[in-house]
Ligand binder design. Structure first.
Ligand code: SDX
Length: 432
C-alpha cells in the first residue's frame, strides 16, 4: 500500500487526522477512513456506496469512463472472442488461464459434479407450478447446504474449492430443473459428454421422447452471454454474497442471498424487464411516449436496459452483445419481428435524446442479452436464471478471495441516526 495521505480537519473542533491513500494497480486510489472514525468520531456517509471501496480485489477491473472490463487482466472482448465459459471460470477462480492439461482436468471435475442429489429433486415439488424460477433458485441453492455439508468448513481451502466446483457444476442442472418444473415436463439428467453450455441447453429444451439438436449459433450466443456476465466486481449481488458470507455463513446460503439480490429489476432482473417493457408497446409509434415517461421525474418508470452506475460512455459487454444480437436475429430470421423493430427504434431515439446523452445513459448488457435470449426462445422468466448461472463463478471467486484476504472481517456498516431521542414508555391509558 502507498505512503500518501489526505488530511481531514474537523472545522467544528479543529481536530485533524492524516488518512492513508492506497494505490491499486489500475483505477482510482482509495482513502482509508478507518483512522477518522477512531480519531474524529466521524463516519463516512455514502448511500448506495457510490464512492466507497468495500474491499481490495484482483478479480475484475472496470473503467466506466473508458468502457474497459478486464477479468484477471484479460479484456473481456478477447475472452468473448477466443475463450469458453468454463475456461473463464478457471481464470476467475484461479487467476490464470489454464494449461491444456489443467483445463481438461477442470472440465472433468466440473462435469463430474453436474448431477444434484436425488433428494434435492423432490424439493421442487413443494413449489407451486407457477412459481418464478428465480424463487425456486433462491430456495434450492440455499438448500444445497442441507445436502453437501461434508465440505462446509470455510476455513479449509479444499472445502472452499469443492464448494466452488459444486456450485459452478450444479447451477445449470438446478436452473434447467427450475424451468422444467415450472412447465410440468420431466427433468433431464446432465449429459457429461456435452460441453457446459450445450449440456444446459439440452437439460432446458430436450424431452425424453425425442432426440435433441441445438443450433451452434444458439450455443455460441449463450456462451457469449455467459462469458460477459461471469463477473462484474462489487455489484449489488456480489456485495450481497460478500456481506452474507462475512458472518461465516456457508457458501450455498450466501450465494442464495446473491441470487435474491440479482433478481431485482434494477440489477439482474433488468433483462426480463427489458422484454416486458418492450411487450407493452404495440408499435414503433409508441416509443416516443415511453421515452417521455422515462424522462419524467414525477414518473418512477425507468427505461429498462439503459444506464449503469459505472459505465458512463458505453458498456463494453453491450457493444459485443449488440453485434451478436444482430447476428442471432439475422440467423433466426427474427430481425424484423415487431418487438425487435421496437427495440431498435428505442435504442435509436434514446441515443439521440439530450436527457439520455446528458446523463450518459446508454444501452447496457441487459438490453441486448434480453433481446438475444428472447430470439433464442428462452422463456422470459428464465432470463435472470441464466444471468444467475453465469454470475455464480464471479460470486464464488469473490467469496474465495474475501476468505483469503487478511483484512477480511464481518461486514457491519454504520448509520446516520435521524430518529427520536431517548424517551420513556407511555402506558396505554395515557396515550392520545
Ligand atoms: C446490471 O453494478 C453492476 O455492475 C450491475 C451489472 C452487473 O453486471 O452486475 O452491470 C448488471 O445490473 C446492469 C443495470 C441493469 N439495470 C437496468 O437496466 C435498470 C434501468 N437502469 C436504472 O435503474 C439505473 O440506470 C441503474 C440502476 C442501472 C443505475 O442507477 P444509478 O447509478 O443509481 O443512477 P441514478 O439513479 O443516479 O440516475 C442518474 C440519473 C437520474 O436522473 P436525475 O435524478 O439526475 O434527473 O439518470 C436517470 C435517473 O433518474 N436514470 C434513468 C435511467 N437510469 C438512470 N432515467 C431513465 N431511465 C433509466 N434507465
Amino acid at each position: 500500500m502507498g505512503k500518501d495521505t489526505v488530511t481531514v480537519i474537523n472545522n467544528i473542533t479543529g481536530e485533524s487526522v492524516e488518512l492513508p491513500i492506497y494505490h491499486g494497480s489500475h483505477g482510482p486510489s482509495v482513502v482509508d477512513v478507518r483512522p477518522m472514525s477512531k480519531k474524529l468520531g466521524l463516519f463516512t456517509y455514502d448511500p448506495g456506496f457510490v464512492s466507497t471501496a468495500s474491499c481490495q480485489s484482483a478479480i475484475t477491473y472496470i473503467d466506466g469512463e473508458k468502457g474497459i472490463l478486464l477479468y484477471r487482466g484479460y479484456p473481456v472482448e478477447q475472452l468473448a472472442e477466443k475463450s469458453s465459459y468454463l475456461e473463464v471460470c478457471y481464470l476467475l477462480l484461479y487467476g490464470e488461464l489454464p494449461s491444456a492439461g489443467a483445463m481438461d482436468e477442470f472440465q472433468q471435475i466440473i462435469m463430474g459434479h453436474s448431477m444434484i442429489h436425488e433428494g434435492l429433486r423432490h424439493f421442487y415439488s413443494g413449489f407451486r407450478r407457477d412459481a418464478h424460477p428465480m424463487a425456486i433458485m433462491v430456495g434450492v441453492v440455499g438448500a444445497l447446504s442441507a445436502f453437501y455439508h461434508d465440505s462446509l468448513d470455510i476455513d479449509n481451502p479444499r472445502h472452499r474449492e469443492i464448494s466452488a466446483h459444486r456450485l459452478i457444476a450444479k447451477m445449470p442442472t438446478i436452473a434447467a430443473d427450475s424451468f422444467k418444473y415450472s412447465i410440468g415436463q420431466p427433468f433431464m439428467y446432465p449429459d457429461n459428454s456435452l460441453n457446459y453450455v450445450e449440456n444446459f441447453l439440452r437439460m432446458m429444451f430436450a424431452v425424453p421422447s425425442r432426440d435433441f439438436e441445438i443450433s451452434p449459433t444458439i450455443v455460441r450466443a449463450l456462451e457469449l452471454i455467459m462469458i460477459l456476465h461471469a463477473d462484474h466486481e462489487q455489484n449489488a449481488s456480489a456485495s450481497t454474497v460478500r456481506l452474507a458470507s462475512s458472518s461465516g455463513a456457508n457458501p450455498f446460503a450466501s450465494i442464495s442471498a446473491g441470487i435474491g439480490s440479482l433478481w431485482g429489476p434494477a440489477h439482474g432482473g433488468a433483462n426480463e424487464a427489458v422484454i416486458r417493457m418492450l411487450e407493452t408497446i404495440d408499435s414503433v409509434k409508441e416509443v416516443p411516449a415511453l421515452i417521455a415517461r422515462a424522462k419524467d421525474r414525477d414518473d418512477k418508470f425507468r427505461l429498462m436496459g439503459f444506464g449503469h452506475r459505472i459505465y458512463k460512455n458505453f458498456d463494453p459487454r453491450a457493444v459485443i452483445l449488440r453485434k451478436a444480437c444482430h447476428q442471432v436475429l439475422n440467423e433466426l430470421e427474427s430481425e424484423h419481428l415487431p418487438l425487435f423493430d421496437i427495440a431498435n427504434e428505442l435504442e435509436r431515439i434514446a441515443l439521440e435524446d439530450e436527457y439520455f446523452i446528458e446523463r450518459k445513459l446508454y444501452p447496457n448488457v441487459d438490453f441486448y442479452s434480453g433481446i438475444i435470449l428472447k430470439a433464442m426462445g428462452v422463456p422470459l422468466n428464465m432470463f435472470t436464471v441464466i444471468f444467475t448461472m453465469a454470475r455464480t463463478v464471479g460470486w464464488i471467486s469473490q467469496w474465495m478471495e474475501m476468505l483469503e484476504d487478511p483484512e477480511y472481517r464481518i461486514g457491519r456498516p454504520r448509520q446516520l441516526y435521524v430518529g427520536k431521542m431517548q424517551r420513556d414508555y407511555v402506558p396505554m391509558d395515557r396515550r392520545i
